[in-house]
Ligand binder design. Sequence first.
Ligand SMILES: CC(C)C[C@H](N)C(=O)N1CCC[C@H]1C(=O)O
Length: 717
Amino acid sequence: MPDSKMDETKKKKKKTAECCGYPISIFFIVVNEFCERFSYYGMRAVLVLYFRYFLLWDDDLATSIYHAFVALCYLTPILGAIIADSWLGKFKTIIYLSIVYAVGQVVMAVSTIHDITDANRDGTPDNFTLHIALSMLGLVLIALGTGGIKPCVAAFGGDQFQEHQSRQLNTFFSVFYLCINAGSLLSTLITPVLRAQECGIHTQQQCYPLAFGVPAALMVVSLVVFIAGSGMYTKTAPEGNIMGSVCKCIWFALNNRFRHRSDIYPKREHWMDWAEEKYDKLLIAQIKMVLKVLFLYIPLPMFWTLFDQKGSRWTLQATTMTGDFGGFVLQPDQMQTVNPILILTLVPIMDRIIFPLIKKCGLNFSPLKRMTVGMLFAATAFIAAALVQMEIDKTLPNFPSSSESQLKVVNMHSESLIVTVPSQEPLLIGSFESSPDYITFDQQDIRLAFNTTPEINKDLSLIKGSRQTLIIPSEPAEMYLKEDIKSKPKEGKNAVRFVNGWTAYLNITNLESSLQPSETSNYTLVSQGMRKFTLTDGIQSCEFSRKFGFGSSYTFLIPSDLFSTDCESIKEIEDMQPNSVHMALQIPQYFLITTGEVMFSVTGLQFSYSQAPKNMKSVLQAGWLCTNAVGNIIVLIVAELGKLPKQWAEYVLFASLLVAVSIIFSIMAYFYTYIDPAEIEAEILKQQETDPDKKKKKETLEMEEKENEQEIKQTKI
Ligand SMILES: CC(C)C[C@H](N)C(=O)N1CCC[C@H]1C(=O)O
């Protein structure tokens, strides 16, 4: 940096207003981060539902696009960092990319208004292509904005502190993290409630425009707050195309090293020193600092690979558990809010109690040690998840393997039946009852014999890996097979179906179509709690209520005396027991992973800032965020491809991998020497000032570069 520029920055730094030892400008930055994270996580909370139920995509497409979007959000930081450090500076980059971000959120919210294309006013959009195009455009703009500003905001916050405020600087990163989590917690609680409202101009539908509109509004607030603090910020000017210079310098060093590979040339301390012939010592030293840290980051994505499974695997695990806490009921996906809640409590506890205590005990708990311990905590969290999984497995039904088939028999006939089944004792099935449990067969083709007059022999071809029910209606010869669900219902819901033993067709609330006599309905999913079904044949009707838990499956047998008993004679067959392991058992694993996150992620933010040269602060923040992006991608690829047959074994495998990675990281960390980049930079500048030769050489190089740039510009013209 030219000396005059550096003096300018120093002068500006002296002027910053303080409150309790903190620069006042920090207030605007943390509020901005709170609103931005509210906007981002709020929108994310309803995104899959929007894909699934508004755009009517199937589960696979909805989750793939969702994960691709999340990965993109963590890949764009590098772009934002380059723009900030090489071209616009952090302040302008944050403003411009926040505008892109806010526009993206607005476009996204507009794409969810069904009325804009609902010409026939039937409540569904008529032009899906327009809605898809708008939402994809919105998401790309959001990914550019959120990812682009992320490394800049953290680094810009750090820039506000002066040398004597190093303690406050560390606290800033903790407060910054608290704001991230306060924003995300509030929005993930609020936006699903907004979505559940009904709104619309012509027809009332689920209110996606509100659920996406509020995050869009918060992004605008975030931008306004950031601009409001404009007069108070310390703004460090970018130093030209720094990333260009970095790449050229590295390229030159590699080439020069290769040209001088013979033993006759004296060795140099570091391969980057081979750039000394052409490049400034300061730039070379800065590149060395960045490369050292980036090298250290190589093993870190593994932490995020485990962390990100909290949102997928652990939520799936919760769907096989019960969330009834007596006074209130927790839904499986709500369990994820435990993470930000714990962050809000653990960050102050760590900062105020645990870390000072460790220091008092005379232990040097350096940032890299904290990060290693953080990884070990995450590994332990996965061991806890494996133990919980083993408990759950004990309560899960015995689902058929891919080579087995399972069969249940339901008797709707007016008399008891004796069914002879291959390699089994004959089964006595009472009228209006079912066989006690599923019978498992290794073979697909079986023959059943029934003691009816005349006797019926039925050849069945079962589906491998499936559960099926043989329904014997009032007319046994018309028996038929119906396929059952073979895994726990999604999202902790309950799967219910009805067999119509009434003599006429029936309409049942929640069922897609009316049920003909002797017909069995498809499954319908109902949430936990008291659920009411109204049954009507067009003339008579009755109501049937039942309280459901989580993850059960029932077949309800409708008798021929349905209306005379006012629905009370409906009989239930439990095909799958409700979940019995309590979601509270997941709290230890959430506690462990969040403790790990505080040690790993908050420290990582601080470390990336403190070890970066002044002109590459955003770049190193982006490098840090990239570890998250890579972790996300690993979840997408490895976790999906490499599924182990037992879920608990997969958890143990991931925990072991992270332990191995943390050992490698601790060895790498052992050889890392902490630096004070400002001190090194000042020293080199001082050396250069006192060394007339070097000063001259540097000036000549600077002039050469300027001439080169001008030449390029002229050739372009
Ligand atoms: C997943 C939670 C809502 C947020 C999480 N605790 C967190 O703060 N982060 C996860 C990735 C980094 C960080 C963030 O910046 O959002």
